[in-house]
Design a binder for this molecule. Sequence first.
Ligand code: FAD
Length: 469
Amino acid sequence: MQTVIWWIRRDLRIKNNPTLQAADPENRRVLSVFILDPVLLKRDAKKRKAFLFEGLRRLDEQLRTLGSRLILRAGKPTEELLRLTQESGAAHIYAEEDYSPYSRKRDQEVASRLSLQLVLGLTVYHPNAVKKQDGTPYTVFTPFSKAWKSLPQPDESIHAPTPHFLQIPDGIHSLPIPDAAPVEDFPAGEKEAEKRLQDFLRQRIDGYRDERDRLDLNGTSVLSPYFRFGMLSIRQAVSAAINAIWQAPNDDARAGAEAWLNELIWREFYQSILYHFSEVMQKAFRHDLQWITWRDSSVELNAWKKGLTGYPVVDASMRQLATLGWMHNRGRMITASFLVKDLLINWQEGEEWFMQQLVDGDPASNNGGWQWTAGVGTDAAPYFRIFNPVLQGKRFDPEGGFVRQWVPELVNVPLKYIHEPWRMPLEVQLTSGCVLGKDYPLPIVNHKAARSRTLEAYRKSKSLSSGNY
Ligand SMILES: Cc1cc2nc3c(=O)[nH]c(=O)nc-3n(C[C@H](O)[C@H](O)[C@H](O)COP(=O)(O)OP(=O)(O)OC[C@H]3O[C@@H](n4cnc5c(N)ncnc54)[C@H](O)[C@@H]3O)c2cc1C
């Protein structure tokens, strides 16, 4: 009987898992292994780690119902896998291919010592499969998505039945899964992911195009943490989106499903960017915007982190992040724009803070989102387009419900002032129980002046890079 290892990294699920299918648990003894890698665990990301640990617990429970169990080890992956192959006699290791620079280096090292088979699963198509005719990678989303959509649709083999596992020998020990309080709004595991997907398909995908930007509505899928750890198959989600397009009862519903598919393709786009341009983890993709002189203000950076900037929609979003470990996409764009364009603080500070806070923190999507908002990345928002936080608030939280939910100091502030409380006359401040500078901060920056400061800094960088300065 051949023994192989299913090395789990970002694919914490049994169903629709091409890597597990390749390991073939019906016919071979499969050891399901997760390695706590100190390099990855050293980052201060409390909620994401708690979500991961709970996900491992759920996976172990599932494996036990299928006649197996999870084997947890801790240490340098190459060494741990060498040890495990010696202990078990495993001939091959199967793992889902990951595209981050660290993962690729780690996997190369493992492959130089052991038989490692990498299997496609993090994205629907491999980044090398979606390229221009001349063989170079796309750096603009629209042509990437056209090429992506022209590829044959994901095959149905992903719907293979859940396998039973052959028992693994008793002698293979496992460390206990670390304890951590579950993340309140995100119960981990593939059952929960499946439930959320089905709820979204039943109740919200039809209205997705129209409601996805509204901060005060529950208009999106809130599946990102589950994609982050592969508790839900991306191929399954894409197939569901395509089915929803085909079966849409009307044009609005079709537009909703198309818009959702588009977002899943953005995810694929950023994974592809990271795969082909790993240097984005260190610097701006755009060379001409690598010379911006950023401001160094720990006071303003901390006010942003704590949700105390005096701009309600920014503060509400930052507090949503601190509480849930998740932020609405519109909020991510508004808060990122505020840090970079209003405070002129390096986007990499924000990128790092988000990676610490987000349950769904993903190097490719987070880096892509930050570079896009800062206007320095591939297919980025033009650098001179600067979000006005007041107008964004009025447009995407028109009744102020989102602000009132997350910034209780403003709960009794009349709608007229909810997105610009500094305009409140003193008597209104007193009647609404929100005196500015005492109960809620005055704005830490003047948006109009900040806008000019930023445009000047960006212009300077462009001149410096072209040698015209
Ligand atoms: C500054 C910034 C940082 C971000 N950091 C992350 C991150 O660390 N991890 C992360 O998963 N997403 C990130 N995003 C993208 C996006 O905000 C989230 O994926 C989305 O808000 C998750 O909510 P949802 O699951 O309800 O998304 P839905 O709207 O339901 O979309 C479905 C799925 O598509 C993917 N998706 C949607 N929008 C994007 C996008 N713009 N880029 C890439 N993938 C997308 C996600 O996997 C998401 O779960 C970031 C965006 C910005 C602007």
